[in-house]
Design a protein around this ligand. Structure first.
Ligand code: C2O
Length: 366
């Protein structure tokens, strides 16, 4: 049977009793606000205007201003509000650090990583995060920027996430940068180039040209050589009643590869748990998380679009337990809604797309 999420009112805040996390700096980090209202099935608006997710490194000043306005509005909401930044950040902890249990299996934690739930869960998470930001600034075209780390021109942190305050002509007026997060590895701020093998290779030693070459080769491996079909690309099966611990061996190549490396590379290694990006429980507290995951989500679309004789099996899983797996989110109208994997397979239906960017790794077969 497919994974089904429980009533969110049963959430357990694992940060209050963590045994595996020492001195976590984020507390009450795991439970989004609950609701008395029954959960409804989400109806995707089909007439929504198309949202184009831009490359974070190329965004215009106008886009940056819009992004700042939306993120500042989200940060200004009280934590109990389902659209607040805290409430959004907690979703990640709830689904990844034992906040939720599987419906019908009161002792089995829900874990949406390390399996075929990884891509669809994060697609829905970003979908609502983006729709909420658009609603907060009353702009239905608002789209999240994506961190184009698979392209050499995007291999450092996008600049506008850096800096506690926005650049301002009048230095006596300090406007906080809503994209900033204090818990990042300061040695990895721009112009440092991301190491896509961060956890595996001894850090340093590469010139930037070598680092870029290594990253492109890893992209090729993860997107092409190691991802010939749905079983490999999406990761292992995870069904109702399965134990998440057993799943760890079957993580998809992008999830276990560049996705995790970028998390670990951004997180602050001087913090007890590599906060924020370096740990599931705290990752959602860094705005860069959503821009990193926009590119992870884009890899699904890129993989799906690679068709022809070289890629005969680039199609999504057809197993009903994948198609009917579901999650619960607050939608842009603050309603608690249930969404299904099968409904997020076509991003056209979700009314967003990615601004095109060249794919130099396609020619980087090792
Ligand atoms: Cu839910 Cu990047 O992890």
């Amino acid at each position: 049977a497919p994974i089904k999420t429980p009533d969110v009112s049963t959430c357990k805040d694992s940060t209050t009793g963590f045994t595996n996390l020492k001195d976590h700096i984020r507390s009450n980090a795991c439970c989004p606000p609950s609701s008395e209202n029954p959960i409804k099935d989400y109806v995707i608006p089909t007439d929504a205007v198309l949202r184009t997710r831009p490359v974070a490194h190329r965004v215009t000043e106008e886009y940056k201003a819009k992004y700042q306005k939306a993120m500042a509005a989200m940060r200004a909401l009280p934590d109990e509000h389902p659209h607040s930044f805290a409430a959004q950040a907690k979703i990640h902890c709830a689904y990844c650090n034992g906040g939720y249990f599987q419906d019908g299996f009161p002792t089995k934690e829900l874990q949406i990583h390390n399996s075929w739930l990884f891509y669809p869960f994060h697609r829905w998470y970003l979908y609502f995060f983006e729709k909420i930001l658009g609603t907060l600034i009353d702009d239905p075209t608002f789209a999240l920027p994506y961190w184009n780390w698979d392209n050499p021109s995007g291999m450092s942190m996008p600049g506008f996430f850096e800096g506690k305050y926005l650049p301002n002509a009048d230095p006596t007026v300090r406007v906080p940068n809503a994209a900033f997060d204090a818990f990042r590895n300061v040695d990895h701020l721009p112009p440092a180039i991301v190491n896509m093998d961060f956890r595996n290779s001894a850090s340093g030693g590469y010139t930037c040209v070598q680092q870029i070459g290594s990253n492109l080769t890893l992209m090729y491996k993860q997107m092409v050589a190691n991802s010939p079909n749905a079983e490999t690309f999406f990761g292992g099966e995870f069904r109702a009643g399965d134990d998440p611990i057993d799943m760890q061996h079957s993580t998809g190549p992008i999830e276990s590869g560049v996705h995790t490396a970028v998390h670990a590379w951004v997180g602050n290694n001087r913090m007890p748990n590599n906060e924020d990006m370096g740990n599931f429980y705290s990752a959602g507290w860094d705005p860069l998380f959503y821009t990193h995951h926009a590119n992870v989500d884009r890899t699904w679309k890129l993989w799906k679009d690679m068709q022809g004789p070289d890629y005969p099996d680039h199609t999504e899983p057809t197993d009903p337990d994948w198609l009917n797996a579901s999650y619960v989110f607050y939608d842009e109208n603050q309603e608690l809604v249930r969404v299904y994997n099968k409904d997020c397979v076509q991003i056209e239906n979700l009314r967003y797309e990615y601004e095109p960017s060249p794919l130099p790794w396609l020619g980087s077969r090792p």
